[in-house]
Design a protein around this ligand. Sequence first.
Ligand code: 5GP
Length: 133
Amino acid sequence: MASIFTMIVQGEIPSYKVAEDENFYAFLDINPIVEGHTLVIPKKEIDYIFDMPDNELAAFSIFAKKVALAIQKSVPCKRIGECVMGLEVPHAHIHLIPLNNEGDMNFRKEKLQLSPEQMKEIATRIAANFTHK
Ligand code: 5GP
């Protein structure tokens, strides 16, 4: 069975898309720990990020960098933190998290309650600042 993230890539489950190219897709985390919390995934389903071939992992990291630069321009923050867990969803993904202090990377804190309109507005802002270059 396809992963929930593959279903997102295929449009079977909606997402707040911020960027994509031929191989990768970026969208807002549905339970953000801070505003602009974004997930970046390979379109090709693979469970564990460190099982990715070197060339694909390198391309994945470079795509995540482009998304991080777009988030940085879109959300007030000091820098973008990057985190890999994958304990919940078995489809490789990178969390990109706008940081203003160390506590912003705490996945145990209460999740933000954002309306669909707020999520859409954040995704649109990031998408507008995304560039493939
Ligand atoms: P992890 O696997 O890295 O431990 O956590 C998975 C992350 O994916 C969580 O932060 C969770 O909120 C997010 N997530 C799980 N299901 C969905 C979904 O259907 N849509 C979106 N946008 N995010 C999801």
